[in-house]
Design a protein around this ligand. Sequence first.
Ligand SMILES: [Zn+2]
Length: 173
Amino acid sequence: MIFIATGHYPESPGDGNNKPLGLIEHFEVKKIVRETCNYLKLLDISFKKVPIGNLQSKVNFINTNSSKGDICIEIHLNKFDSNANYMAGLYYSNYGKKISSYIGKSLLNFLPFEKYISFKPNRSLYFLKRTSIPAVIIEPLFCDNIIMANYLLNKRSHIIIGKALAIGLKKGL
Ligand SMILES: [Zn+2]
């Protein structure tokens, strides 16, 4: 079972805002998560969408509903330094590392950006540390980079990112 969580929530929509373009992290991530779920259904992979809420409620939901062999993934489109032109991911365990690398390859395949991806272990972030199953945080792009933000204005971009995430997950399982 894959748990899919949406970064942030409406009352606190994240720091990846690109206001000139009208993009707000949480609401863009929500569209990506919806498309990822649609594609996972097509691939016949079982998943659970984590109800939107604060970090604690998301982690509680995952820990209450998880069993052995599950993984969880949270999607973000954070702000970085306005020049970041890559995709990033953070993981906690070796299994998380493996899943990240498949997701990374898939994103590189489908997204029209510089061919660079950064995946790093992280043992301090709440989502990674407190979940009882392997956890991964993925930033398919950075919301404050103008090229990447423009890409998000294209309605099809969420479908393509969702497809890339679902295919990467399938290969990594
Ligand atoms: Zn975020």
